[in-house]
Design a protein. Structure first.
Length: 336
């Protein structure tokens, strides 16, 4: 009998077919069902329907999920972050957890640089200018909507993992200088990419465009708070496609209102959707996008390949790549 696999994430058809050669696959894409599973009810279903593995993207796997599903052995999360999975509970129950770091690095990097272009060349404002019927003079916009070129400017990348490096590569390709800050990445690794490592405040003072790609743990204060934001160069821009918790929102709004920050582009917010009363909605020098950083077909292709490969390795008794909890693997007696 084939092992049963429940896939609740978006998944590319070729990789579903590949899994189906070895597994009994049930695919219920949360985007199509329009709902997320109750964690305890999901556990009961995993037990009653005999699922050996579950793969999620938006759903939560908590203690009650693992407690209710003693037959579950593999939990895949199609994200880099694992905060929606109780990894400690999975480990106690002997369930290995696998994630997909870097799945959306290209997508988010391209959106980041796209937002930089939009800020520098005032693209949303120019679109509105035409659509609203204000384009009456053939020459007024040439002066009134004058922008700046990215080539020759300095991009400050905060967080230099896979995503930050992808942003740095794109920025260098269009002629920008790149400086980077990441306390866990050795300076020589940053230098090897052509970027220059800097301390946080030095980066803020040196950058024309500051772009965030660091992670938050949930216990950290804002990396860019009222104190650190004082180091930001006047007239610079901020792009945040990483996490709203990285920036003190009140301090950010004040800098934008005063013009110290010339503009910002934000793809991440405390709530989804954004609160109707959020002060960023009232600012003309801000571009807002609805958390679409990773929303590409290629992101789904990438995490589908990575997750299917990991699950097939597990079923063959081999240690999967991107194993989050190696303690569970060691406890299972599987070979490396």
């Amino acid at each position: 009998m084939k092992p049963r696999v429940l896939v609740l994430a978006p998944f590319a058809a070729p990789w579903l077919s590949k899994l189906a050669e070895s597994c009994d696959v049930v695919h219920e894409d949360w985007r199509h069902t329009g709902r997320l599973q109750d964690p305890e009810a999901l556990g009961a279903r995993l037990r009653s329907d005999g699922f050996l593995a579950v793969i999620v993207e938006a759903d939560f796997l908590f203690e009650e999920t693992f407690a209710a599903a003693p037959g579950l052995k593999f939990a895949g999360i199609c994200r880099a972050a694992t905060n929606q999975v109780d990894v400690a509970a999975a480990t106690r129950r002997g369930v290995i957890v696998v994630n997909t770091p870097g799945r959306n690095a290209v997508a988010v990097a391209e959106l980041t640089v796209g937002l930089m272009f939009a800020l520098a060349r005032r693209i949303p404002e120019a679109d509105s200018y035409v659509r609203s019927g204000r384009w009456e003079s053939p020459t007024a916009a040439y002066t009134g909507l004058r922008g700046m070129e990215l080539a020759g400017r300095t991009a400050g990348v905060i967080g230099f993992g896979a995503l930050g490096r992808a942003v740095g590569t794109l920025c260098q390709a269009i002629g920008m200088r790149v400086v980077a800050h990441d306390p866990v990445v050795p300076p020589e690794e940053i230098t090897a990419t052509g970027a220059r490592p800097l301390a946080l405040e030095a980066l803020l003072g040196a950058s024309d465009f500051i772009t965030l790609h660091a992670r938050t743990t949930g216990n950290d204060g804002a990396l860019l708070n009222e104190a650190t934001l004082k180091a930001v160069r006047r007239g610079s821009y901020l792009v945040n496609t990483a996490s709203p918790g990285l920036v003190d929102q009140h301090a950010l709004v004040q800098l934008l209102r005063s013009g110290h920050l010339r503009g910002a582009a934000i793809d991440v917010f405390e709530t989804h959707p954004i609160e109707p009363s959020h002060p960023l909605l009232g600012l003309d020098n801000v571009i807002l996008t609805p958390h679409i950083g990773g929303a590409t077909d290629e992101t789904i292709d990438r995490h589908s390949e990575a997750m299917a490969t990991a699950l097939l390795s597990f079923l063959a008794g081999k240690r999967p790549h991107n194993l989050v909890n190696p303690e569970a693997w060691k406890g299972s007696g599987q070979r490396e």
